[in-house]
Design a protein around this ligand. Structure first.
Ligand code: AP5
Length: 213
């Protein structure tokens, strides 16, 4: 199994980079997308997840780790996995190391997307997401061919409820407090590949592909 992690603040472009790596055969596992699926199903767990996400808070480590375990168990066989938004606490990282170890494998690379807060606020304020397939657009940097409509499936594009400026600032604070310590954790293991994510979408994608080669 190959395991690559996309690490970086909210809105740095993890999902946007994941699109191009998925074309290279990586199975994209986004814990944010898995959690939004629970919300869509309107399960009791989904209601709790929604309350936390709308406030920019993290979902519990236990819930997130369990979801990842299930996805890996159902994948089966030799695979190339790309983890987007997971792990994002030290506890998740340590449990994840244990899961991989029990599979006789370990993390291959951690791509760190670095981007300043003001750019992130502009990106998330202008992000539009397909309500059905989750494809991501930006009103200025990556617009859909027809405003408000997904190019892939023709469904409606929405502005995510957690993409308002107040919640974005909260998410950035939570990232600094709980996720940024992972940079030192993975640096100590020699796994960090830093990428300047303030470049254009095409430049960031090319840099990542180049660094992974
Ligand atoms: P999640 O869905 O993972 O959100 P996030 O980490 O906050 O990241 P985003 O999806 O907002 O941004 P991104 O980096 O993928 O950027 P994107 O490519 O879309 O998580 C949401 C919530 O779920 C969390 O807040 C938490 O509550 C919970 N959660 C998830 N995982 C969890 C975990 N492990 N533990 C606990 N809780 C968890 O790009 C953003 C925009 O910018 C787009 O419009 C895009 O078109 C544009 N863009 C991208 N790159 C560029 C560029 N280079 N130049 C210009 N524009 C760009």
């Amino acid at each position: 199994m190959t395991a690559i992690i996309l690490l970086g603040p909210p809105g740095a472009g993890k999902g946007t980079v994941a699109e191009v790596l998925a074309e290279k055969g990586y199975t994209h596992i986004s814990t944010g997308a898995l959690l939004r699926e629970q919300i869509r199903l309107e399960t009791p767990l989904g209601m709790d997840i929604k309350a936390r996400m709308d406030q920019g808070r993290f979902v519990s480590d236990r819930v997130v780790v369990e979801m990842v375990r299930e996805v890996l168990a159902s994948a089966g066989g030799e695979k190339k996995f790309l983890f987007d938004g997971f792990p994002r606490t030290l506890a998740q990282a340590e449990i994840f190391d244990g899961i991989l170890q029990s599979e006789g494998t370990s993390i291959d690379e951690v791509i760190l997307l670095e981007c300043a807060d003001d750019a992130i606020i502009e990106r998330l304020s202008g992000r539009r997401t397909c309500i059905k397939c989750g494809m991501v657009y930006h009103v200025k940097y990556n617009p859909a061919s027809s405003a408000g409509v997904c190019d892939i499936d023709g469904c409606e594009l929405i502005h995510r409820p957690d993409d308002n400026v107040e919640t974005i600032r909260k998410r950035l604070d939570v990232y600094a407090e709980r996720t940024a310590p992972l940079i030192a954790y993975y640096k100590a293991k020699g796994l960090i590949l830093p990428v300047d994510a303030s470049q254009s979408i095409d430049a960031v994608r090319s840099t990542v592909l180049e660094k992974l080669r």
